[in-house]
Design a protein around this ligand. Sequence first.
Ligand code: ADP
Ligand code: MG
Length: 281
Amino acid sequence: MVPAEAAAADEASHHMPVISVRDLVKTYVVGEVTVRALRGANMDVEAGEFIAVTGPSGSGKSTLMHILGCLDRPTSGQYFLDGRDVSRMSKDDLAAVRNRKIGFVFQGFNLLSRTTALDNVELPLLYNGGSRMKTAERHKRAMDALNAVGLGERHHHYPNQLSGGQQQRVAIARALINEPSIILADEPTGNLDTRTSIEVMGIFQRLNIERGITIVLITHEMDIAEYGTRLVRFRDGKIQVDQKIVNRRDAAAELAKLPPPEPEIDIPADPVPAEHLGGVS
Ligand code: ADP
Ligand code: MG
């Protein structure tokens, strides 16, 4: 490539949003009822942004996330992911794009209960051609992901032996396993107490700043939204507000000022039978 071309390509790659949606419409038809969940949403997201999506219940946030995550397709409109229109792709092609580029985190953690933290984190590798990957390599990648969320030493624990915050960290490690460029999180702190919520937001901020992972996080809590770089507010299936967040909150700095956490106690693998707990008999 001659220098001018190289410069032009470089310029183009810098200015191409990772996510671009145009006139996005999603209509659900349930029996006789038509629900217009998205009514023409437009948004560009640059690499490395941390978007906080807010809005009342039913305003279309989760519907948007399902489309951004290639879990569903819009009724009309376009979705460009890294410059490629994915809105008309086949389900198989969407699944391939999703596995390569996107990690998901949900409110309810969605871990398999009879499966250790390590195996939960490895699971996406088995669906992504990773079954060809050697067992030792899978373990190593899963341990790296668990270490990135500070849970390496709990890799052998089952979900019921972990606190809610720890379970969500396992879910974040699972989202990281395919080295996604985008993480989509739907109310990830919805089931967590205040301190644990700040810890989880600290992990998202670290992944965003240190690894440059683009984050789109849905929350109905304004104080959680303020950890992002940009606020997008939905109302009735449309974007009503789209603005930069001034005075972004810094989770690590806030945690340093909080009193130390109560020690994390290991819950025994075999809980004491209920009749020994002094309940009414
Ligand atoms: P939010 O996440 O902001 O609460 P949703 O995107 O979940 O909103 O929902 C937007 C609207 O679409 C709501 O009226 C909801 O009931 C409806 N909706 C969402 N998913 C479906 C579905 N699979 N089938 C039918 N209606 C749906
Ligand atoms: Mg929702």
